[in-house]
Design a protein around this ligand. Structure first.
Ligand code: GLU
Length: 431
């Protein structure tokens, strides 16, 4: 049974310098590489992106003034196939963040055994500051500036934080207009009417729920006796929470940027509107208790799912995390230091590169549908996603079981990294 922390509001603790995504990604890579017999030169190569494009994006605002934004696209590794990964619109986007997130995409695609490499990009902007028209013009200009980098056989963007199917539709249209032919496969996560896949929006949350279910089962817990807290009620968190609720888990707390709602008897997750669906509705739900986002992370629950932003479980709050398992819905929610502390306490952390990989997996299905000009039913998408997630879970679980000194993250890295390294070895270094 979950209990609330004594004080809902705690004074902000002064936090150490936040760890950059690329620093975390490099330390994770080194740690995992130590478990594999691989050429150090290949590991060294994999610590760096193949290319990063930085572009300036002048945007004519609705009032006629011009604001220049900065955009990035980091391409990490493409040995297994075209670069793949999202575009985020967020004020904290930086080159380092894109590189770290691109590295995670390489491992994520390899863990899922998808024929893709890793990339990530974004624009340094708060999308809430833009009107819909401004967001469209910015996206079209971004597509134009990245035109030489992206393409259905080279690099395929997708939605991420601050972007959505509509954004992908504009991107696809801008690219297609310039190329002179309709090219749905240049991005995934589009609306189904222009070649998007059914089930793509729910896919990351669905995979988080599937992997949570499997991990709960692995530890011989019963899902119907399991309490869950979900930070972030956007597309990942909301879909994960609703599915776990449907499968019998007790979702005691969810949150959005405005705060968390808490009911020890379980929330009706279908009654809680997601932040994207209607801002403010998480706090508008009639829950017995409200908490801060930080306090949600400290609830005494069985499973904590951080599904909002990166770097939320850190060295400074990890001592207060009381969950018995963490399943990462967001990309990079746990810092390297916090991860090691949780490991020493025996708290399993099921990593992002496995848990939220349903998004890119259905992106792969979408890409296949676009190439073949033939759409799949929602039932087929969900069924094939389930199959792919269970296959990846089995690969990671058997690696985890083979050794006493691998964390779940190490095991996922070992599976993905081995595939990437094998491909590098088979292809050789050119020239
Ligand atoms: N942005 C998502 C992720 O972080 C999906 C990427 C994709 O579908 O290419 O996994």
């Amino acid at each position: 049974m979950a209990t609330a922390p004594e004080t809902a509001e705690r004074p902000e603790e002064p936090d150490a310098e936040p760890e950059s995504a690329v620093a975390t990604a490099r330390r994770q890579l080194e740690r995992a590489a130590a478990h594999l017999d691989i050429d150090g030169n290949v590991v060294e190569r994999l610590k760096h992106p193949r290319r990063v494009s930085r572009v300036s994006l002048p945007l004519e605002r609705d009032d006629g003034s011009v604001t220049v934004y900065t955009g990035y696209r980091a391409q990490h590794d493409s040995v297994r196939g075209p670069y793949k990964g999202g575009l985020r619109y967020h004020p904290e986007v930086s080159e380092d963040e894109c590189v770290g997130l691109a590295m995670w995409m390489t491992w994520k695609c390899a863990v899922m055994d998808l024929p893709f490499g890793g990339a990530k990009g974004g624009v340094v902007v708060d999308p809430k500051d833009l009107s819909s028209g401004e967001k469209e013009r910015l996206t079209r200009r971004f597509a134009q500036e990245l035109r030489a980098d992206v393409g259905p056989m080279t690099d395929i963007p997708a939605p991420d934080m601050g972007t959505d199917p509509e954004t992908m539709g504009w991107f696809m249209d801008a690219y297609s207009m310039q190329e002179g032919e309709t090219t749905p496969g240049v991005v995934t996560g589009k609306p189904p009417v222009i070649g998007g896949s059914y089930g793509r929006e729910e896919a990351p949350g669905r995979s988080v729920a599937i992997i949570t279910r499997e991990a709960v089962d692995y530890y011989d817990w019963d899902l119907t006796d399991t309490t869950v807290a979900v930070q972030g009620f956007g597309s990942v968190g909301a879909n994960a929470a609703r599915l776990l609720d449907e499968w019998g888990a007790t979702v005691v707390a969810v949150s959005d940027v405005d705060g968390a709602i808490y009911d020890p008897d379980g929330l009706d997750t279908n009654d809680v509107m997601g932040h994207d669906e209607r801002p403010g509705m998480v706090s508008g739900y009639d829950a017995p208790e409200t908490l801060s986002n930080e306090a949600l992370l400290e609830l005494d629950v069985d499973v904590l799912i951080p599904a909002a932003i990166g770097n939320v479980v850190t060295e400074s709050n990890v001592a207060d995390v009381r969950a018995d398992m963490v399943v990462e819905g967001a990309n990079g929610p746990t810092t390297f230091a916090a991860d090691e502390i949780l490991e020493s306490r025996g708290v399993p952390v099921i990593p992002d590169i496995l848990a939220n990989a349903g998004g890119v997996t259905v992106s792969y299905f979408e890409w296949l549908q676009d190439i073949n000009r033939r759409s799949w039913s929602l039932e087929r998408v969900n069924q094939e996603l389930e199959t792919e997630m269970l296959a990846a879970w089995d690969d990671v679980r058997s690696t985890f079981d083979r050794s006493d000194d691998l964390s779940w993250r190490d095991a996922a890295y070992v599976v993905g990294l081995q595939r990437v390294v094998d491909a590098h070895t088979a292809r050789g270094l050119w020239p």
